[in-house]
Ligand binder design. Structure first.
Ligand code: KG4
Ligand code: ZN
Length: 807
């Protein structure tokens, strides 16, 4: 910041709409917002669906125009939407990357406020309605009163409604006759507003989108130079969401009706006892068990246990305030519950209870994480709860989550039993824990971070080792790894979202994208800390500038998930002034083999078996791939997942089925092997899947109990037989003497063991990646990034995610 903290240079970006808003402004002291903001340069332009390609280069141009380098920027402001989901994510992810890479504050601003300020700055005064496009026939409506000071909100919280509803509401207003209209929703729904006589006072079309300057003004409305430099941890900035993902919405509608999966229907109690802890939202079928758990947990305390009908009321359609209730179950046995109620941006935690024999496993923390995540998605900013004042264990748990005491309620739990009222800011403090599949968020900390003090020797050592950081976000794991020039892994962090998807029986793309945005800074932080520890550095996490390059998975994968990693990596690399390296996820699965066999040399045959791909590949040289055959329908991992789902065994199916198969007989059931002709390297799994379904149906009809281990082992055998035969034929045909395997299914011990045993006998050297580098991870991405770094293969900042990339 410039001389004595009176001025700050801020970058303002917003890609929530088709406008790519990007400005550089100087924030200074002054009475009103307008006096505090001086625009230095702007690159605002319409940019439909190309924000990820253009944002960083636009910023670069804006800075150049003002003769300023990213080094001199003091803070970043970003539009949090509401707006296009992907657009908001691109802006926020890039901004998080910029702020983390430059170690400067990041602050979020409502895009609707920015649009109102854009109008104000053009001289508009009086009543203003912003109708921002929410797609699918909906808008985000927002009413403002614009006086000489600026726009003032006439609404409490961003929301989404059908365009027709907004039209009707606004037409009814007492001041409808003076209401001026703006917002990009007018492009699509202008006709509807016009029919209600509202378009006569629409602003000029060029004002319908937020400007970078408008964003800076909106920030300056209630912030000044001091606050722009205070706090601003990029981990804590989240998009404004006005609705849950479709999957969650549907589920909420079902809640109260849905039967919970139970041992009686799945029959998996014995096989999976103790190994199958999962979380899901509470359903009506859980009410009895939840009440019983309450009775047991709160016996002898002042807490009045909830009755089953109280739970049913909570889950019913008629509750006044939105609720979120979660349960933890072990094979259908309910072992924990937590619930909260949303009132005025605060989630009031109503209940937390965990079965005594399952304590100290972080279950309460996980449950609260889910409830508070839902609450955040419903617009909450804080959480509050009451706890018995002498319950030290519970108080300690809440304190660890970021709750602090806010007061006491005398006699709340009966005579002489006081309640301590505790409150916390959302998100809760949830440390990144690589070993535990739970939602994560960065801990509250002082931001910006102190620059690490290194000795000359330490600096030289870091430089010599050339640490390359790599990010993977193609599906449901947010992963970050750091590797050195010699191929040593310095850090390997994964934050998995399995809990969030398990309840839907598969990955829900919208939830995956949201979780990536939420945790990416935390996972990068954890990797930078782990790398510092690997170096033996005691003076703080590796700084972005101490990295040699930044790699990221470009594709293939879920587009909404990929863009988060790509946008973050671009912002991060740009701010740290380090080269950017794009990695093909499939190549990552292949290169994972170098972690176990550094001298693996083409030509060789490679089997890729993951949740999205099934391929047999002749690797003629590194980078020269001949795909011999692919699947015509389902991928192998997908078949595992579908079979497990049909059996009610949960998600993901691969690990569950492979555990079941341990004790099963692979010859018990004869399942079909498809496309078994020699020389045919194509795969087909849908026939096998259907055969398994038919078998289950037929056994159930006949009233015979399923023998799950036999079923699992026979299914595996059918899949793996085909994999083996085709790999063997490909080895013969090409004369290759080496074989390796990759992808999530390569974690399967039976597949690994079989390939090693059978092919080694034929004089083939077989490599399998470390088991934890088979399912999606960033270590494998880092291996590829390191190779590309050494070859100087860098990417331009205009690259975008490519969901359809192939080998
Ligand atoms: O490579 P990956 O993590 O993600 C994709 O790139 O698709 O693969 C995930 C897939 C899932 O379908 C999962 O069920 C499967 O890998 N999987 C397994 C095992 N562990 C994970 N399949 C069979 N046996 C396993 N032990
Ligand atoms: Zn994968």
């Amino acid at each position: 910041m410039n001389n004595g903290d009176s001025r700050a240079l801020v970058v303002a970006i917003d890609t929530s709409t088709d406008m790519l808003a990007c400005a550089l402004a100087r924030l200074a002291g002054g009475d009103a917002a307008r006096g505090r903001v001086e625009l230095l340069a702007a690159g605002d332009h319409m940019c439909r669906r190309h924000a990820n390609e253009e944002l960083v280069n636009t910023l670069d141009g804006v800075l150049a125009q003002a003769g300023v380098s990213m080094d001199e920027v003091d803070a970043v402001l970003v539009g949090r939407g509401p707006g296009s989901f992907t657009g908001v994510r691109i802006g926020i992810s890039t901004a998080k990357g910029l702020a983390r890479g430059a170690n400067i504050p990041l602050h979020g601003v409502s895009t609707l406020d920015a649009t109102a300020w854009t109008a104000w700055d053009a001289g508009v005064r009086g009543k203003l309605g912003v109708a921002a496009d929410a797609m699918r026939g909906e808008v985000y409506p927002a009413l403002y009163e614009l006086d000489e000071q600026g726009p003032h909100r006439l609404f409490e919280r961003e929301r989404v409604v059908k365009a027709a509803v907004a039209v009707a509401e606004w037409a009814e207003l007492s001041y409808a006759g003076e209401l001026q209209l703006t917002g990009d929703g007018l492009v699509r729904y202008g006709k509807q507003f016009d029919e209600a006589g509202l378009m006569a006072r629409a602003l000029d079309r060029e004002l319908w989108w937020p400007s970078g300057e408008g964003l800076a003004l909106a920030y300056a409305q209630d912030h000044d130079v001091a606050t722009v430099m205070a706090g601003g941890d990029p981990a804590l900035v989240l998009p404004i969401y006005t609705r849950l993902s479709d999957a969650e919405e549907n589920e909420r509608k079902r809640l109260g009706l849905a039967e919970s999966a139970h041992v009686d229907t799945t029959g998996v109690a014995d096989e999976l006892a103790g190994r199958h802890l999962q979380l899901r939202p509470m359903g009506a079928a859980d009410a009895e068990a939840a009440s019983a758990l309450e009775q047991a947990c709160f016996e002898g305390t002042g807490h009045e246990p909830w009755t089953p009908s109280m739970f049913l009321d909570e889950l019913g359609e008629s509750v006044a305030a939105p609720r979120s209730w979660w349960i933890a179950h072990d094979d259908g046995k309910l072992i924990g519950i937590a619930g909260g109620m949303v009132i005025d941006k605060d989630v009031q935690i109503l209940d937390v209870a965990v079965d005594g024999t399952y304590r100290r496993r972080g279950i309460a923390r996980k449950l609260l994480a889910h409830v508070s995540y839902d609450a955040q998605m419903l617009g909450c900013e804080t959480a509050s709860l009451e706890v018995e004042a002498d319950n030290a264990a519970a108080i300690a748990l809440y304190e660890a989550l970021g709750f602090t005491a806010a007061g006491t309620r005398r006699g709340y739990y009966g005579a002489g039993r006081d309640a301590l009222v505790m409150t916390a800011e959302l998100p809760l403090v949830l440390p990144v824990d690589a070993a535990s599949p739970e939602p994560t968020a960065a801990a509250l900390r002082a931001w910006p971070l102190a620059e690490p003090a290194r000795t000359d020797a330490e600096r030289a050592e870091i430089e010599r080792r050339q640490p390359v950081l790599a990010i993977e976000s193609s599906c449901d794991e947010t992963a970050v790894a750091i590797i050195d020039a010699e191929g040593n892994l310095l850090a390997n962090q994964v934050s998995t979202q399995i809990d969030f998807h398990a309840r839907f029986g598969g990955v829900v793309p919208e939830i995956a994208s949201r979780k990536h945005v939420e945790v990416i800074v935390g996972v990068v932080d954890a990797a930078l800390e782990e790398a510092a520890a690997s170096f033996g550095l005691e003076t703080g996490a590796l700084a972005p500038r101490e990295l040699a390059a930044v790699g990221v998975t470009q594709g293939p994968g879920l587009v909404g998930a990929l863009v988060v990693g790509v946008a973050f990596a671009k912002g991060f690399a740009y701010a740290a002034q380090r080269p950017l390296i794009c990695v093909n996820h499939l190549e990552g699965h292949l290169y994972a083999n170098l972690l176990t066999t550094p001298d693996l040399k083409p030509p060789f045959i490679f089997t890729l078996v993951s949740g999205g791909h099934t391929m047999l590949v002749h690797v003629r040289a590194w980078g020269d791939y001949e795909v011999l055959g692919e699947t015509l329908d389902d991928a192998v991992g997908e078949a595992f997942d579908k079979v497990a789902k049909a059996l009610g065994l949960g998600y993901p199916g691969g690990p569950i089925i492979s555990r079941l198969a341990e004790t099963g007989n692979p010859h018990a059931i004869e399942f079909p092997r498809a496309l078994n002709r020699k020389g045919d390297y194509r795969f087909s799994l849908s026939g096998l899947k259907t055969a398994v379904m038919l078998y289950i149906e037929q056994e159930e009809k006949a009233g015979r109990p399923l023998h799950l281990p036999d079923l699992a082992a026979s299914f595996e055998a059918a899949v793996f037989d085909v994999q083996y035969k085709k790999a063997k034929n490909a080895l013969r045909q090409t004369g290759a003497k080496e074989y390796c395997i990759g992808g999530g299914v390569a974690a399967n011990p039976h597949l690994r063991e079989m390939m090693i045993r059978k092919l080694t006998r034929q004089g083939i050297r077989v490599t399998v990646p470390p088991q934890n580098a088979c399912t999606d991870n960033a270590a494998m991405i880092a291996v590829v990034a390191r190779e590309k770094f050494q070859r100087g293969e860098f990417s331009d900042f205009s690259i975008d995610a490519d969901p359809n990339m192939t080998l």
